[in-house]
Design a protein around this ligand. Structure first.
Ligand code: FAD
Ligand code: FES
Length: 257
């Protein structure tokens, strides 16, 4: 079992990708050093306790004891979080969840949409360190929402194609539009994906059942450590698993989306 730490961390840098998408580099004591691709942090946002539940966010990058995460403002918690600034403290539990498995296969297709690019950035770096050949399609609504594009361009992908819905960066369209062309050139046995649920559903439908399709899922979370069942995800065999313990990156072939 992975070690979990509870820490008061400090914000080192705040990055405003747009007025609704923000990234924080935070300094931790132990969480960063113990974090791996696929894991997440659980943040207590409001010290006055008006928000009882912690909020989960994917680990997008790690440098020694520093962690980077990116979030979209969608409600009260993320709105309060967005008001924090450099040197402010954040109460974090982590790293939580299961690190990704490194597949045996050499060639891997990566498909990321919107904020789904965040966990796939650290995942890509990790797979590249493990000498995998990565072919990637990343997309967002527009150029500004296409987070981490400059960082991704610096990685050693065999193929990297960007999509924006308005055509402001890369090809015009959605990531799912790029699947047919890339899979005509090359057959993949393993896929890693992250993005809106509709996108993951579409990916699952497009590919043959024999291809291993991993996907990052999001569910409402309570405890984050397997105790409350609020994050239960139904499997094909009518059993459930806890996303916080067994995921958030799961083999989509085995679950009901
Ligand atoms: C493992 C995991 C990793 C995540 N990583 C990221 C990330 O890297 N970046 C990011 O922006 N978001 C991420 N999320 C989603 C993020 O946790 C929610 O957006 C956040 O908790 C919303 O808090 P809030 O108080 O602002 O919204 P609330 O006021 O609680 O809710 C606002 C809206 O967001 C929806 N929502 C709330 N929580 C979740 C959730 N856990 N999953 C799906 N929808 C939710 C609600 O149904 C509602 O429509 C992740 C979720 C999980 C489970
Ligand atoms: S959030 Fe409590 S079991 Fe997963």
């Amino acid at each position: 079992m992975n070690k979990i730490f509870w820490e008061k961390t400090k914000i080192k840098e705040k990055i405003n990708f747009t007025d609704k998408i923000i990234g924080f580099w935070i300094i931790t004591e132990n969480i960063g050093k113990n974090s791996k691709a696929g894991q997440f942090i659980h943040i207590k946002i409001d010290e006055s306790n008006s928000l009882i539940l912690r909020r989960p966010f994917s680990i997008a990058d790690v440098k020694n004891n520093e962690i980077f995460f990116i979030f979209r403002i969608v409600g009260k918690g993320t709105s309060l979080l967005s008001r924090l600034n450099k040197t402010d403290e954040i109460d974090i539990l982590g790293p939580l969840g299961k690190p990704i498995e490194i597949p045996e296969e050499k060639d891997i297709l990566i498909l990321g949409g919107g904020l789904g690019i965040a966990p796939l950035y650290l995942l890509s770096k990790t797979l590249l360190e493990n000498k995998k050949n990565l072919f990637a399609l990343f997309g967002a609504k527009n150029s500004k929402e296409l987070i981490l594009k400059e960082n991704l361009e610096k990685l050693n992908f065999k193929e990297l194609i960007f999509y924006t819905e308005d055509g402001s960066y890369g090809k015009k369209g959605k990531v799912t539009d790029g699947i047919s062309p890339i899979t005509k050139e090359k057959k993949f046995k393993v896929i890693y994906s992250a993005g809106p649920k509709e996108m993951l559903k579409k990916i699952k439908l497009i590919f043959n059942k024999k291809i291993k399709i991993y996907g990052f899922l999001e569910e409402r979370m309570g405890c984050g450590v397997g105790l409350c069942s609020s994050c239960a995800v139904p499997k094909n065999d009518k059993t459930y698993l806890h996303l916080c313990e067994n995921g958030p990156c799961l083999l989509l072939n085995e679950i009901l989306l």
